[in-house]
Structures are given as structure tokens and as C-alpha cells.
Ligand binder design. Structure first.
Ligand code: 13P
Ligand code: SF4
Length: 303
């Protein structure tokens, strides 16, 4: 059955000159057939550089939107439209407008985990791979930053800027539930393991880590570290990629329940259907897309 899907997907990809881009958290079956698997920054770059006519984006809504903004003339498909990032939903355009009025003159840096209508109001976008360097590059001393409060705290500790978080308590439900106790339990079981976490984790967890990085940054750290056991503090889909690329090393999730259900919605069957029907299409209204593109491209120039 799986073999049938895979061969059908391969032939549809050739027929339609399509590329499959997948985030590090998607199911293993999707990571196996993707042309590229990576973090948000790598995927945005890949989407910008591809010469394919169709991009099948196996990730959440804001990632597919970003690909579409960077490629307004290409067809961007998302296999399951329900793949919506709850963190991106936490920032309302109205809250951002209010913050801009309250902190007049402050630059706005938005995490890529936001929707296009908010990105259109930003001076620059950032990802977990470049947030401190992007924020430091802003002209103003005060920077409005959203929606993730944990990433905002991470940035605040690594830059000279005063950070105004918008909304006040934006978070990723998957990462926010990973606790310092989970890390302690993991360290007790695996005393020789290094702790590698994502900056969407709470500050207490970040402070216990040997490395804090984007999902692909976590993979790079594990590949160059002399240690061969790691406690991984992020969505558990990353473990699949780590085990595939570094089979000689051991990886343990800090929390088994750190699952992003929206990332798991894409299946081989849905990828095949998306390619076959060329639906569902992700498109962004031209005016919003043009404004958002400026903020995304500024990030790509800065990092
Ligand atoms: P990365 O850009 O580090 O892959 O993170 C994206 C994300 O949604 C993490 O929850
Ligand atoms: Fe959004 Fe969190 Fe899922 Fe990442 S893991 S896509 S931030 S809900």
C-alpha cells in the first residue's frame, strides 16, 4: 500500500514538475518522500529558490503561506488544510496595531509563526534560527516581538533591546508543556546525555540545556557533539530525522507527549490527492503578500 502511494507520488511529481517540502516534525513516511526536510528558515529559502511549478508543502499553514508569498506565481498546495499552527492564531492584527500605537517608533519583529496579515505589519520576520541577530539588527532600542513569549525571553537575554511581547502570553502548546521536571527525570535516567531544546520551551527548561536551537540547529548540534546520547526537548517528530541521520547516536524525548497534532495531519494519501487534484491551494491576497514579502526578504538578507 505504502509502496503504491510512493510510486504514484513520484510519477505525479515528475508529471507536474512539483517539489515536496516538509518540516522536521511531519510523519516519517512524509519525511521519506520529501525532496527537502528542514526548519522554517531552510524551508523558506528552499521555497524561494525552487524552479518547480508546484510546491507541495507538508507543514503548518504559516509555512505554506510563506512559500506562497515568496512565490506568488507558483502553485502552493498543502495536503491537509486543517494543519493550522495554534501559536500563529494567538496574534491578532488588532493587538499588533494597538502595540504599534502604544510604542510608537519601536520596530516590529514577528516570528515566522504568524499569519500573512500580521507579517504585513512587521518591519522584519525572524525564525528560531536567527531571532537574536534579527532583533539586534533593528534600529530602535525597543522592539515589539510576537507571538511567542518563550522565544521573546530567549531573545531578550541575548540582545541589548527592550522587548515588548505581543500578545502578552503567546505560546506553543506542544513546547510549553515540556517542564523542568521532565528534564530532571530524563537526566536521572540518562546521566550522560546532553540536553538539546527548542527556544519555544519555557525559560526554566532553556536554562537547563546544553544547546538551544532551531529544529535543524538541534540536528547540527547533535551531529558535531562528541557525546552520543541526547535528551531532545521539542516536538517528537524531530527524533525520526535524528535517528535516520545519526543512527550511531541515541535520542530520548524529554516529553513523550510533545506532539504537534497539526503537523501529523499530512499523510501519503493526502499528498497523493493534493498532487492529483492540485488542491487545496494556499494563496495570499496580493497586497498583503507584497507587504509581508518585504518583511520576510529582509530577514533572509539579514541571516
Ligand atoms: P523551527 O523553525 O525551529 O523548525 O520551528 C518551527 C516550529 O514551529 C517549532 O515549533
Ligand atoms: Fe505551531 Fe507549536 Fe506546532 Fe510549531 S509545534 S507548528 S509552534 S503548534
Amino acid at each position: 500500500m505504502v509502496r503504491n502511494f510512493v510510486s504514484r507520488i513520484r510519477s505525479l511529481k515528475r508529471e507536474k514538475n512539483a517539489v515536496i517540502l516538509a518540516h522536521n516534525y511531519v510523519r516519517g513516511e512524509i519525511q521519506n518522500i520529501a525532496d527537502f526536510v528542514g526548519d522554517s528558515l531552510e524551508l523558506a529559502r528552499c521555497a524561494m529558490e525552487t524552479d518547480s511549478d508546484v510546491i507541495v508543502f507538508c507543514g503548518v499553514d504559516f509555512m505554506a503561506e510563506t512559500a506562497s508569498i515568496l512565490n506568488p506565481d507558483k502553485k502552493v498546495l498543502i495536503p491537509d488544510l486543517g494543519s493550522i499552527c495554534p501559536m500563529a492564531q494567538m496574534l491578532a492584527r488588532e493587538d499588533l496595531i494597538e502595540a504599534k500605537e502604544a510604542y510608537h517608533g519601536a520596530d516590529v519583529v514577528l516570528y515566522i509563526n504568524t499569519l500573512a496579515d500580521c507579517k504585513a505589519l512587521a518591519d522584519c520576520v525572524c525564525t528560531s534560527a536567527n531571532a537574536p541577530e534579527v532583533v539586534e539588527a533593528m534600529k530602535s532600542d525597543t522592539v515589539i516581538f510576537g507571538p511567542d513569549l518563550n522565544l521573546a525571553r530567549f531573545v531578550e537575554k541575548r540582545t541589548s533591546k527592550k522587548i515588548i511581547p505581543v500578545p502578552e502570553y503567546g505560546l506553543c502548546p506542544t513546547h510549553h508543556q515540556i517542564s523542568a521536571d521532565d528534564v530532571l527525570v530524563g537526566k536521572k535516567k540518562h546521566p550522560g546525555a546532553e540536553v538539546v531544546v527548542h527556544p519555544e520551551c519555557v525559560l526554566e527548561v532553556q536554562e537547563m540545556a546544553d544547546c538551544i536551537a532551531s529544529t535543524s540547529g538541534m540536528v547540527r548540534y547533535c551531529s558535531i557533539s562528541d557525546v552520543d546520547e541526547f535528551l531532545i526537548g521539542t516536538e517528537i517528530g524531530l527524533i525520526y530525522r535524528l535517528e535516520r541521520e545519526l543512527p550511531e547516536k541515541q535520542f530520548y524525548p524529554v516529553s513523550e507527549s510533545a506532539v504537534c497534532p497539526q503537523m501529523k495531519m499530512h499523510t501519503l494519501k493526502k499528498v497523493e490527492m493534493a498532487l492529483e487534484l492540485e488542491r487545496p491551494i494556499v494563496a495570499v491576497q496580493r497586497e498583503i503578500g507584497d507587504a509581508a514579502r518585504e518583511a520576510i526578504e529582509r530577514m533572509l538578507r539579514l541571516s
